[in-house]
Design a binder for this molecule. Structure first.
Ligand code: PEP
Ligand code: MG
Length: 577
């Protein structure tokens, strides 16, 4: 008899799926290693294999473009960049010239490059290292005349594996994939990104236990909670099927009215906007009925390159993104790097506690030039846009004034230069450090708005590293300590006539909606896919009920108690999530 197992991982793409599994094992090939004499023909083999790998990657790119609405083909652009990377190529060629065969020379260079990326303590760079290895293997296979491995799926299955490379994920016939489930990887892994783009549920980071599951086991996958049940009972399958049916119906209903405003039952209009990180997200946000942008993460402009973006490059990129939101608000967050998000060409100092170190607005101390250039680019691109500039990681009042001063100075310079600039810009800060929430009454004097970043606010309030899965169970924004700080921030802002948004993952949590409405939140900003569902929940609530729920939640002791309060009300109101 098969044994039932329940595993909990990281929810990486929402949705429910059930079915039997197929495991993809990316077995690394043994790399031949021998001395060579004919350097020229070895370099020719290397160049030809690279060209063939580029052809493959172009084909993948086209496949992603044609199969998904949201264009995640950028992943393969990064692969192309690795193949054209001068330092990688010259490292491999030096090895060949020194007498190594092309396969071992190339893989030595790839390994060196990947290890450098792996040394950076950020899951985003771990994904990049995996890209490098994926591309590396592809080139070697061409050199060795081996087929590029493609798993043929003949029936709809749940695809599992230790981690899936972007080529694995893209080569699979998506009509045959029900969900992706992996032992490794984090919420920013490619499995997560591509699963979201394909609209498939995914759970990642399930650990070694996943690798011991039988070959054709049956599985229930909950991409919303990260729970996976292996070999479930018949009763469990029946209950899960009902949930799946209800969720599908709810999603269809929500999508059908995604462009309608989100009005509570008693007629209050709630602003529902999106978190975006680039142009594809902007398009996706627009298509999902987002009424603007509550958080535009600008880091993408600075990653995957060897030097800082120029002012002109920035103006062009911002202008393109703003064009999707005519007449709608766009909150742009200035560069939030440092700490866990490093940029290799910026040579960050090594820090013992990067999350408590030189990150976000603290960049002003040392690299004010980068900040000024970004502000100038935003002001130039923001002509005719409802632009709101927001600064991350504010901890003390002096930072607010320093930023305001720079904003005014850069605007004056544009006037002097006779260049057009955004004349009406709101200026706000993220409230994601507890001191900012505690001092919100005073910080409110220097800003037009606050946006609460619950991802970091939870991390700093509860002292839980947001990248450490060992302490992940403690990191809940439902914790009344976090709710207390949200409540304080909103109250202080409203007393000074400022509006408050929330752009952490919490805004897209179905159970958080009545609490946040009851506390008086003005704007909800979330990943684009969540917009239709959250709008639909708002439409089923009334403000009086929400206020009661919020007050009860503030008095609760544990996050679980808070969720139970909301679940009970949802049951009474007939709201299913
Ligand atoms: C947050 O901290 O809640 C937030 C939205 O910012 P990020 O997740 O980019 O740190
Ligand atoms: Mg943050």
């Amino acid at each position: 008899m098969r044994i039932r197992k329940q595993l909990t991982g990281i929810p990486a793409a929402p949705g429910l799926a059930k079915g039997s599994i197929v495991t993809i094992s990316n077995q690394n090939i043994t790399i031949p290693d021998y001395p060579i004499e004919d350097t020229e023909s070895e370099i020719f083999r290397f160049v030809s294999a690279r060209a063939a790998a580029k052809d493959d990657i172009s084909a993948f790119k086209e496949k992603v473009k044609s199969e998904t609405d949201s264009n995640e083909a950028e992943i393969f652009e990064a692969h192309m960049m690795f193949l054209d990377d001068d330092s990688l190529i010259s490292l491999a060629e030096q090895e060949i010239v020194a007498g190594k065969n092309a396969e071992s020379a190339w893989m030595k260079a790839v390994d060196f490059f990947a290890k450098q990326l792996e040394a950076i303590p950020d899951p985003m760079f771990a994904s990049r290292a995996m890209d490098v290895r994926d591309v590396g293997q592809r080139v070697v296979r061409h050199m060795m005349g081996l087929n590029q491995e493609v798993t043929k799926l003949t029936r709809p299955v749940i695809v599992t594996g230790r981690d899936l490379t972007p080529s694995d994920t893209v080569s699979l016939d998506k009509r045959m994939v029900l969900a992706f489930v992996t032992a490794e990887g984090g919420p920013t892994s490619h499995t997560a990104i591509l699963a979201k783009a394909f609209g498939l549920p995914a759970v990642v980071g399930l650990g070694e236990a996943l690798m011991t599951v039988e070959e054709d086991a049956y599985m229930l996958v909950d991409g919303n909670s990260g729970v996976v049940v292996v070999n479930p009972s018949d009763d469990e399958i029946a209950v899960f099927s009902d949930r799946q049916r209800a969720a599908n119906e709810a999603l269809h209903a929500a999508l059908a009215v995604a462009f309608e405003p989100a009005l509570t039952k008693d007629g209050m209009a709630v602003e529902v906007v999106a978190n975006i990180g680039g142009n594809d997200d902007a398009i996706f946000a627009h298509e999902n009925g987002a009424e603007g942008v509550g958080l535009f993460r600008t880091e993408f402009l600075y990653l995957d390159r060897n030097s800082l973006p120029t002012e002109e490059e920035q103006v062009k990129a911002y202008t393109q993104i703003f064009s999707h939101f005519k007449g709608q608000p766009v909150v742009v967050r200035t560069l939030d790097i440092g700490g866990d998000k490093e940029i290799p060409y910026m040579n960050f100092p090594k820090e013992l506690n990067p999350f408590l170190g030189w990150r976000g607005v603290r960049m002003l101390d040392g690299r004010e030039d980068i900040f000024r250039e970004q502000i100038r680019s935003l002001l130039r691109a923001g002509v005719g846009v409802d632009l709101r500039i927001m600064v991350p990681m504010i901890a003390v009042d002096e930072e607010v004034h320093a930023v305001r001063k720079i904003l005014n100075e850069e605007r004056d310079k544009l006037i002097n230069d006779g260049l057009p600039y955004a004349e009406k810009v709101q200026f706000g800060i993220m409230v994601e450090v507890p001191s900012a929430a505690i001092m919100a009454d005073r910080l409110a004097n220097g800003v037009d708005f606050f946006s609460i970043g619950t991802n970091d606010l939870t991390q700093y309030t509860l002292a839980v590293d947001r990248t450490n899965s060992q302490v992940a169970h403690l990191a809940s924004a439902f914790n009344p300590a976090v709710l207390y700080l949200i409540d304080r921030t909103i109250k202080c802002a409203h007393e000074k006539g400022r509006w408050v948004g929330l752009c952490g993952e919490f805004a897209g949590e179905p159970l958080a909606v009545p609490i946040l409405l009851g506390l008086g939140l003005d704007e909800f900003s979330m990943s684009p896919a969540r917009v239709p569902v959250i709008k639909q929940i708002i439409r089923k609530l009334d403000m009086q009920t929400c206020k009661v729920i919020a007050q009860k939640a503030l008095l609760a002791v544990t996050p679980e108690e808070v969720k139970e309060i909301v679940r009970k009300s949802y049951l009474e109101l007939g709201i299913s999530v």
